[in-house]
Design a binder for this molecule. Structure first.
Ligand code: SAH
Length: 481
């Protein structure tokens, strides 16, 4: 009975090791990239070199030995060698390298030839010092790559920096808190909280302060911690269009304050045990007035909660994010801001309408169509009614008659194109196209309701049928399985 090849992923220490690479082509170059900075020396043995490798030889980062590999010479090199890759298309050379390596018990990988190899290389997600190795035991490199793509998207870009920060603090923490259990609890609180976010953002001083505070709390046996508010844009509604940072903070928050622009599919991705607070914001019947929302954010942050203020689109575009930030900073509550895809960008992409176009629109202007109490609009019409410009109007449905009338009164023709996008990027998205002269009627005929985005300008003529872009990330429900 033969045992099927099976593999054990290990982390091999190579800083005192010479690695030997037989072959000098593209594949060899790929392996060298893997080894650079990890080995003491890299010796390349080949008849000719890929330009990338030539450059590395010039820089003195690898050693080059020119010629065909011969057995006796190879035998002489093996005692100083800790790892071998063979990446040649010469079967005899590959066989020879494999044979000698096995005889000397030096780990060897003949690229694309598991039979001749004593190890294979995993697919890597590298956030050094954090690394994720993925192997399917050679069953499916495509599957390994797909998995790698998914994990790549889940790990914050600067996770390595955060890990290095933690490593640098280990000794200090050991002296400060001799009890191992307590240290572990502190680290757990650290990675769950604001201090870790600070480390991820490269703010070491703030991360250190946070860590010190956690230590003090652990000593006092208390739970209190410094609260924070995260002003996060959720984009126009399609969960695939969330940023990775938004997704991560949604997984870390204690409380989420959201309004009606945030779609249920997006809320599904919030940590399950987070408290959800609906603060409304349907036009004219705010569930909580703005001042109350701000007071609520402040109250919760001061209680030590990590509060996620999740907003449709981008928090700083017609989202009152500026006001919320101001109040919190005045009260010394730390605030983090994560942008989202604003409705202008999201609806334009979803409807296939470019916002600028060399032929007809050199600028794009975003305005609010929210009318004052007396129904009038506080807009500077002469700067909106211009050729060569796209005007994007948020919250413009109620005042659409007045909007289209004023734009015409200030010089745009009745045939000037207009698109109205309802729930751009969502499953029930709709788009109605007309002109300044017709669109008020058109939206009524089609029964469009809020939220809609109005796009005015010749770019609408360039509208194309586009398909919805979806990501390869699993949905929240799939991920739970
Ligand atoms: N901060 C948000 C805008 C809030 S104002 C952002 O950056 O997108 C609310 C208005 O945004 C709505 O009245 C509508 O005009 C627009 N809007 C937001 N999401 C939309 C969507 N998915 N489709 C159409 N319009 C949208």
């Amino acid at each position: 009975m033969t045992i099927q090849a099976s593999y054990l992923p290990l982390s091999l220490r190579l800083d005192q090791t010479q690695a030997l690479l037989v072959g000098g082509g593209q594949v060899a170059a790929h392996k060298v990239r893997l080894l650079l900075g990890r080995c003491k020396t890299i010796l390349i043995w080949a008849e000719a070199l890929h330009p990338e490798l030539e450059e590395l030889v010039k820089q003195g980062r690898v050693i080059f030995r020119q010629g065909r590999v011969e057995e006796t010479e190879l035998e002489a090199v093996l005692p100083q060698t800790g790892l071998i890759f063979a990446a040649t298309d010469d079967e005899a050379v590959n066989q020879l390298v494999s044979h000698c390596a096995h005889a000397h018990h030096v780990p060897v990988c003949v690229v694309d030839n598991p039979k001749l190899s004593s190890f294979i290389t995993p697919a890597l997600v590298d956030r050094s010092p954090v690394q994720v190795a993925i192997t399917t035991g050679g069953a499916s490199p495509v599957l390994a790559r797909r998995l790698r793509q998914q994990i790549e998207a889940l790990l914050p870009a600067r996770m390595g920096e955060a890990a290095s920060f933690m490593q640098r603090q280990r000794e200090w923490l050991k002296k400060r808190l001799p009890d191992m259990k307590m240290r572990q609890r502190v680290w757990e609180a650290f990675v769950d909280g604001a201090a870790y976010e600070a480390a991820l953002a490269g703010e070491d001083n703030r991360a250190k302060e946070g860590l010190e505070r956690l230590v003090e709390q652990a000593e006092e046996g208390g739970q209190a911690r410094q609260g924070e508010v995260w002003l996060v844009g959720a984009g126009p509604g399609n969960p695939d269009w969330l940023t990775l940072a938004a997704l991560r903070l949604m997984q870390n928050a204690d409380t989420v304050l959201y309004d009606n622009l945030v779609a249920p599919e997006i809320l599904d991705r919030v940590r399950r045990d987070a408290e959800r607070v609906y603060v409304g914001k349907k036009k004219s019947h705010h569930t909580l007035p703005q001042s109350e929302i701000e007071a609520e954010l402040l109250r919760r942050a001061q209680r030590g909660e990590r509060v996620l203020r999740l907003k449709g689109g981008d928090p700083f575009v017609f989202g009152r994010g500026g006001e919320e930030m101001e109040g919190l900073l005045a009260a010394n509550v730390p605030v983090r801001v994560v942008p989202g895809i604003t409705a202008a960008n999201g609806c334009a992409a979803a409807a296939g309408i470019p916002l600028t176009h060399r032929e007809c629109a050199q600028s794009c202007i975003m305005v609010t169509g929210h009318a004052r109490a007396d129904g009038s609009l506080n807009l500077h019409w002469p700067s909106l009614a211009r050729h060569g410009q796209t005007v994007v109007i948020y919250m413009g449905l109620t005042a659409i008659d007045e909007l289209t009338r004023q734009l015409q009164a200030h010089g745009l023709p009745a045939e000037w194109p207009v698109a109205v996008v309802y729930k751009g990027s969502c499953a029930d998205q709709r788009c109605v196209v007309g002109s300044l002269g017709t669109i008020s009627r058109d939206v009524k005929d089609h029964g469009l309701k809020s939220p809609v985005l109005i796009i005015v300008g010749e770019v609408v003529r360039y509208r194309g049928e586009v398909m919805q872009a979806v990501s390869a990330l699993p949905t929240a429900k799939e991920a739970d399985k």
